[in-house]
Design a protein. Sequence first.
Length: 210
Amino acid sequence: MGASPTLGSMAEDDENPWYRSLLLGAGALFGVAVLVGGLIAVVALGVVSISGIGDTGPSVQAEPSLHIPERTPGGDEDEDDEGLTLADLNGGKDPRVSESPEAQPSETQSPKEKKKRKPPRSVISLSASPVEVSRMERIYLSGTYPRGEGASLQVQRFEGGGWTDFPTSASVSGGTFSSYVMTGQTGPNKFRVVDAATGKKSNPVTVNVR
C-alpha cells in the first residue's frame, strides 16, 4: 500500500483554489479598467480634434483696407510722383492748411448778390398819349430819365430826313418829366427828346395826326 498524504499537504491543497480565484479576478478587473481608460482617452482626443481646442495655428486676420505702396529707390516710377500725401488721404485738401474766412463763400449770399451790381443806366425813356389825335389837339409826352435830375430836355420832330427842334421842352424832376405839343401837320409825326448837356437821346414815338 502507498503512503497517505499528511495533514499539511491537505491543508495547502484546500487553500490554493481560493487564492488563484482571487488573483484571476483582480487581473480581470485591471484589464477591464485599462480597456475602459483607453476607450475614454480615444474619445477625448477625437472631441478635442473636432472642436479645435488648443489649436495654436495662425488665426485669420482681415486685410487692411488702405494699402500704401512702398517706394523702392532706383525704380522705374515717375520722378515727379512723390507718393501719397495728407491731401490725397483727406479728399484733396491739406488738413494742415486752414481756409481763411475770406476764401469761403458766404452761405447767406444769394446768387444775384454775388453778381456785381451795376448802377442803373442813364437812359431817357419816352412815351406819347394819345397816339392818334386831330389837328392842334394836345399830344402829351412823358417819360423817365434816371440820374438826370434837373436836366432840360428839348423836344424834337423828325422832318425832311432829319431831327429839328420843336418849340417845347421838359424839365426832369424826381427822375421823370412831362410836357405836351400841338401840331397842325397831318399824318404820322415822330417825336423824341434830347438832353443837350450830355447829348443823350430818348427813343422816338409816333403819333398819327388826322
